[in-house]
Write a protein that binds this ligand. Sequence first.
Ligand SMILES: Nc1nc2c(c(=O)[nH]1)N(C=O)[C@@H](CNc1ccc(C(=O)N[C@@H](CCC(=O)O)C(=O)O)cc1)CN2
Ligand SMILES: Nc1ncnc2c1ncn2[C@@H]1O[C@H](COP(=O)(O)OP(=O)(O)OP(=O)(O)O)[C@@H](O)[C@H]1O
Length: 206
Amino acid sequence: MDETARSEKRRMRRRLLDARRAMDSGERERAGSVVRDALTDLPWLAMSGTVACYHSVGTEPGTHRLITALWKRGTYVLLPIFLPDGNLDWAAYDGPESLAPAGHGLLEPTGHRYGVGAPATVDAMVCPALAVDRSGGRLGRGAGCYDRALALRGPHCPAIAVVYDDEFVDEVPGEAHDLRVDAVITPGGGLRVFDSGVWPDRNRGD
Ligand SMILES: Nc1nc2c(c(=O)[nH]1)N(C=O)[C@@H](CNc1ccc(C(=O)N[C@@H](CCC(=O)O)C(=O)O)cc1)CN2
Ligand SMILES: Nc1ncnc2c1ncn2[C@@H]1O[C@H](COP(=O)(O)OP(=O)(O)OP(=O)(O)O)[C@@H](O)[C@H]1O
C-alpha cells in the first residue's frame, strides 16, 4: 500500500513543482505578505518566545517578511540547517548577515546550533509543503526531514504549513510516518485551523 502512496507522491510533487515554476513572482510576494499578516495578527503567537520557520527559497511561498517581522519584535526565530543524514539542525536568525548560502539554493543560519532536538523547545513551527489536504495531511519534498522535525516538537506546539491556493487539496497520499499539520495558510484563504486539538486559542483563526 505504501508503495502506491510513494509513487503517487512522486507524481504529485513533479506536477506541483512544475506549476510553481510557471508562477510569477507577484504570486510569491503576495503569499509572503499573507503569511506575515496571518501569523503576526495572532495574539498567542505575539506571546511566543520561539518560532521555528523555513527560510523560503526559489518558488516557495515567501517567509522572509514573516521572519523579519518576528525578529524585529523580539521573537526568537529558529531556521533549519539541512544535515547530510537528512535531519535538520537549528540556529537563530539574527538579521540578514546571520545567513550564508548552502546547498539547493538555500540560505542557512550560521550562528550557534541548538541540535536536532530543538523543535522540542519551540512554540510554533512554520513548515514548507508542496500540498496540504483538508485533514492536515502534508506533502513535502520527499527527504522526510520535516516529518522527523515534526515528530520532535512538543505536544502543544502547532505546525503551520504554507501553500498556494491550488495546493490546498482534498487528499494527499499518506504513509504511516506522515505527520499532519495543525493549520494551513494560503494566499487566498488566509489561515485555516484543523481540528487536531493543537491550537493555542480555539476562538481565533478558525
Ligand atoms: N526553504 C526551505 N528550507 C528547507 C527545506 C525546504 O523545503 N524549504 N527543507 C525541507 O525538506 C530542507 C532542505 N531541503 C531542500 C530540498 C530540495 C530543495 C530544492 O529542490 N530546491 C530547488 C530550488 C527551490 C525551488 O525553486 O523550489 C533546487 O535545488 O533547484 C530545497 C530544499 C531544509 N530546509
Ligand atoms: N520520523 C522519521 N524517521 C526516520 N525517517 C523518516 C521519518 N519520517 C519519514 N522518514 C523517511 O523519509 C522519507 C521521505 O518521506 P516522505 O515522502 O513522507 O517525505 P515528505 O514528508 O514529503 O518530505 P519532508 O518531510 O522532507 O518535507 C521516507 O522514506 C521515510 O521513510
